[in-house]
Design a protein around this ligand. Structure first.
Ligand code: GTP
Ligand code: MG
Length: 465
């Protein structure tokens, strides 16, 4: 159990709907004095004797003065979101009424809740683990279908269950090492060290994909980064404007128009994309342009999808050379976009498209950013490339804190493996195991591993002496 902080179970009240006037507002109150406080403001019914999960209509009044006719939803004890007595007051949505209700609750002994305090209570009362509590914030912040799905899965405990299994595996492992320590003087080797190494490798193999999923998770949360790159005047800014359907970037026939990167997000099929227009890639002595080109190069390395924009009239070899110069990793997807299709005959364009696709082994499409030709085809291609990198049935982590803790866990696991291979003593290995457990526990908010280790020894192995 988590240590209860002093004063953590006082009664808190807050507006749960968005601030401002609306048709209806919900004021939520939770804590040990919830019923006492609301009963003193709701003369028509004794709420504490009513069943949990019921609603009650009536007048909310203080010292004989009516505040509003409200609907109260009551949730008792453990059956509430926070794990404590909770009442949700649905009132008319005027800001004056909202403030009157909160003020009346405070006068009767409640305290105004701090940000996230209701969910913090749910965590402290064991209703959610930390990763699930964080998922609540992610659901609220989700701005695309995919981001919302991941957060919902995390709230339902997908990630928490996986961490629980990992933790159990580590606790069992720790128990084996402790056993070895207990009986070290008797010179009995309880477990084959080779087997222990295999165990650790298995656990490492479970942690690694979680760490790797962060890249995808981050992309889903913040938008998949799509960099638009190429030589000056290729039509990158025109393409950005066409995709966003607004005049976002300056377009001109002067090479080197775009200096700084320009970013904007749009949603396609429930997934958020972040399109980044960059400065044209060329060697230059202009100081400002140099910075722009360096920034463009940085964006290329960070992008998940790179749109290499070339003029369709450029020699094929030049296009291939530009693609090679991008030096993309195998994980990055590239689409070679041959722009200004309106300026040449379409029949020629098909041949060029095919030749470049074959030579580069990348997707290639001829478009006209200016006349908006084949933009739908390009978007479909972007979506299919994104789906390739998003396709995973596994847990996806989206939170930087989880990423850091998992990375630390992996470091400790590697240390354990090295120590085992070098035949170091159980004492030293158990220090690393505790470290790994500490990081896993920091993820879920469970910090009682020592007792767990003991529990496993006596519960599972039943030494009996
Ligand atoms: N004919 C034709 N012209 C285009 C097309 N797309 C862009 N242009 C023209 O090409 C010129 C350069 O366009 P930009 O979009 O500014 O090119 P850019 O790649 O952003 O250039 P820099 O910012 O200098 O790197 C402008 O005059 C555009 O009008 C197209 O599809 N067809
Ligand atoms: Mg530009």
């Amino acid at each position: 159990m988590i240590n209860k902080l002093s004063g953590w179970d006082d009664t808190i009240v807050a507006l749960s709907t968005a601030s401002g006037a609306g048709a209806i507002a919900v004021v939520r109150i939770t804590g040990s004095n919830t019923f006492q406080i609301i009963e003193s403001l709701f003369p028509s019914k004794k709420l504490s004797t009513q069943a949990t999960h019921t609603v009650h209509v009536g007048m909310l009044a203080e010292n004989g003065i009516n505040i509003d006719e409200v609907v109260l939803a009551i949730f008792k004890g453990k059956k509430s979101y926070t794990g404590e007595d909770t009442i949700e007051i649905s009132c008319h949505g005027s800001m004056y009424i909202q403030q009157q209700i909160i003020a009346a609750c405070v006068r009767k002994g409640a305290r105004v809740a701090k940000a996230g305090e209701f969910t913090q209570r749910a965590f402290l009362n064991g209703k959610l683990d930390l990763t699930q509590a964080e998922a609540v914030a992610d659901i609220i912040a989700a701005n695309s279908q995919k981001a919302q799905q991941i957060a919902l899965n995390q709230l339902r405990g997908g990630f928490a269950n996986q961490l629980k299994t990992l933790r159990e595996e580590l606790v069992t492992f720790a128990a084996l090492i402790e056993l070895e320590l207990d009986f070290s003087e008797e010179d009995v080797e309880f477990v084959d060290r080779k087997k222990l190494i295999e165990n650790i490798v298995d656990i490492e193999n479970e942690v690694r994909p979680l760490i790797e999923s962060f890249k995808i998770g981050n992309a889903i949360k913040n938008g998949i980064p799509v960099a638009i790159v190429g030589k000056p005047n290729a039509g990158k800014s025109t393409l950005l404007n066409t995709i966003l359907n607004e005049d976002r970037a300056i377009v001109s026939n002067i090479a080197g128009t775009t200096r700084d990167t320009i970013e904007d997000t749009i949603q396609i099929d429930g997934v958020q994309y972040c399109f980044i227009d960059t400065a044209g890639l060329r060697t230059t002595t202009n100081e400002i342009e140099l910075v722009g080109v360096a920034k463009a190069k940085q964006k290329i390395t960070e992008a998940q999808i790179v749109l290499l924009v070339c003029d369709v009239a450029e020699p094929i070899d030049d296009v291939i050379l530009q693609y090679k110069n991008l030096a993309l990793t195998t994980e990055q997807k590239c689409i070679i976009v041959l722009n200004k299709l309106d300026a040449i005959s379409k029949c020629d364009a098909y041949d060029i498209e095919e030749a470049i696709a074959t030579l580069s082994k990348q997707k290639c499409i001829a478009i006209s950013a200016k006349s908006k030709t084949h933009i739908d085809k390009l978007m479909a291609l972007i979506v299919s490339q994104a789906e390739l990198s998003l396709s995973t049935e596994n847990t996806i982590i989206t939170n930087a804190r989880h990423y850091n803790e998992l990375q630390q866990t992996l470091i400790s696991l590697t240390e354990i493996r090295t120590a085992l291979s070098n035949n170091l003593s159980g004492d030293l290995i158990s220090v690393d195991i505790k470290k790994a457990l500490m990081h896993i526990s920091a993820l879920t908010g469970n910090i009682e591993h020592d007792k767990d280790i003991l529990g496993t020894i006596f519960g599972k192995f039943c030494i009996g002496k």
